[in-house]
Design a binder for this molecule. Structure first.
Ligand code: KMT
Ligand code: NI
Length: 182
């Protein structure tokens, strides 16, 4: 995982858009973004006990695997890619453990509203807190395979940023939790 400020230059979302200014782990922690590395070996195997330990501690009872690629998503591909990259929030955490491929999660820093780009590779596991504004894109490899963990029913409904998300109670809870008032 590598985190840096997005350069905000026009151009393909799949390019790195690296401003050259890196973001330290402490900044991500302040935003409520948690990160672990659980190595994924060449054959794709990993230590499931490490995943289980995090899942137990954080009460993620369920999991599945998503393949974000043309082959994996079929007819839904173009629409999903577009939807993932619209700035949005969820009313629950978004937890992803990367098993193959690579891609970028962009999260909004608060209160600056700068984009922080998080480059994810196999072995990287991330928790985006409920209420954080974020988006996702594939990179130029055009493929990522990720385990999605969740508590009960997955609540992955994306709420695109706007007047109503600014008033969403989960968004307000998030801002209170990171200690920067609504
Ligand atoms: C999401 O909800 O944004 C995704 O599942 C993106 C692909 S998982 C790396
Ligand atoms: Ni999301």
């Amino acid at each position: 995982m590598r985190a840096y400020y997005y350069d905000n230059l026009p151009g393909d979302q799949r390019l790195a858009h690296d401003s050259g200014s890196s973001v330290p782990p402490s900044t991500l922690e302040q935003l409520g973004v948690h990160y672990w590395n659980i190595p994924v070996h060449d054959g794709g195997e990993f230590d499931v006990k490490e995943v289980d330990a995090i899942a137990r501690e954080r009460e993620y009872k369920n999991r599945d695997v998503i393949n974000v690629s043309k082959e994996g998503l079929g007819e839904a591909y173009e629409a999903k890619i577009k939807m993932f990259f619209e700035e949005h929030m969820h009313e629950d955490e978004e937890i992803r453990y990367i098993l193959g491929g690579s891609g970028f999660f962009d999260v909004r820093e608060h209160p600056t509203d700068n984009w922080i780009r998080i480059a994810m590779e196999p072995g990287d596991m991330i928790v985006l807190p409920a209420g954080i504004y974020h988006r996702f894109t594939l990179d130029e490899r055009n493929v990522i395979k990720a385990m999605r963990l969740f508590k009960d029913e997955p609540k992955w409904t994306p709420y695109n940023r706007g007047a109503s998300t600014d008033e969403n109670p989960i968004r307000h809870d998030y801002l209170r939790a990171i200690g920067v008032g609504a």
